[in-house]
Design a binder for this molecule. Structure first.
Ligand SMILES: C[S@@+](CC[C@H](N)C(=O)[O-])C[C@H]1O[C@@H](n2cnc3c(N)ncnc32)[C@H](O)[C@@H]1O
Length: 297
């Protein structure tokens, strides 16, 4: 689908005469007009893979509005390509009498848009710290792409082994990770994390510690309220409920007593969150079916 505010007659004729025309739908109108955005959203929802390419009016405000409207349509693993970011690096004089130029162009819009990404990831259950390092490396990458420079992972682990701690401390991503030694249900730890989260623009929570119903329910009550609207509380190992015939002989959890049953109880009295099953549908295999709780209000 293509959008242009003014499709010249000769261009329209050339598109219609082209052998590829059956694959093209052109919309005449502003890319940030409500009705155009709605029409595109309506079509995009029928497709599994969506790529977005922004190449219209190159002012900061226009591109930012486009990013807000269309970047969320991009499917996981696909791209939102923002054209003409190079304006930022070109001499000011070239853009005299133009609405765009260095300081006001697609890349400045992209920087502002990316600032909305998570500032804090809270993880319960760090184990070998692999997931904490992974989250930290994504925050690092995001910082290089214009996201918040100070984004961190705060992780609560009751039993961080000394060799894991040594490896974590030696890791280049360690400056972004803070470990709390203790239980995720410890009131003081939860309060400290709560204070930090309240100063953050975006907060994502990942629960992956003790998988009993009572423990996860306790964590949901403590940490889900820290999640910012449109972000997620990800509850791991909900899959335990679906594992027919599997005995967890050396664990206190199992079918009927696990993260999925805790999620069900939590959601019965909380409508700030919904299960975002669209994420499950994108995954071939998951340890967290029904565990992606999106904060909607
Ligand atoms: C499933 S592992 C975490 C895996 C890790 N998130 C990853 O993806 O690599 C669970 C961890 O939770 C920790 N744990 C168990 N009970 C806990 C509690 N009450 N508070 C914090 N951590 C706990 C365990 O010591 C264990 O290391």
């Amino acid at each position: 689908m293509g959008v242009d505010i003014e499709i010249y007659q000769h261009n329209r004729e050339a598109i219609e005469a082209h052998p590829m025309s059956s694959r093209i739908e052109m919309i005449e109108g502003s890319s940030i007009a409500e009705e155009v955005i709605e029409r595109i959203k309506d079509v995009a929802k029928n497709y599994q893979r969506v790529m977005v390419c922004l190449d219209s009016n190159h002012t900061h405000d226009h591109v930012l509005a486009e990013l807000k409207a269309y970047a969320p349509l991009t499917s996981l693993g696909s791209y939102c390509v923002v054209m003409d970011t190079t304006i930022e690096d070109m001499p000011k004089e070239i853009f005299q009498n133009r609405p765009r130029g260095p300081g006001d162009n697609p890349i400045t819009a992209e920087w502002e848009f990316l600032k909305d990404n998570p500032h804090l990831v809270v993880e319960t259950g760090g184990a070998h710290s692999g997931s904490a390092v992974f989250f930290a490396s994504l925050l690092e990458l995001n910082a290089h792409a214009g996201g918040p420079k100070d984004a961190e992972v705060w992780c609560v682990e009751i039993d961080l082994r000394s060799h894991n701690r040594e490896a974590l401390v030696a890791h280049p991503m360690y400056p972004r990770v803070r470990v709390f030694d203790g239980s995720s249900l410890d009131a003081d730890i939860a309060a400290t994390i709560g204070r930090k989260a309240s100063s953050c623009e975006r907060v994502l929570v990942v629960l992956d510690s003790n998988h009993t119903h009572e423990h996860v329910l306790g964590e949901l009550r403590l940490y889900a309220p820290l999640v910012t609207v449109s972000s997620y509380c990800v509850v791991f190992d909900t899959v335990i409920e679906d594992l027919e015939g599997v005995e967890f002989t050396d664990r206190p959890w199992g079918r009927g007593n696990n993260p999925k049953t805790a999620v069900a109880e939590f959601l019965r009295s909380n409508d700030d969150f919904v299960v975002d099953s669209s994420i499950d549908e994108k995954l071939l295999i998951s340890a967290a079916p029904g565990g992606y709780l999106k904060r909607v209000k």
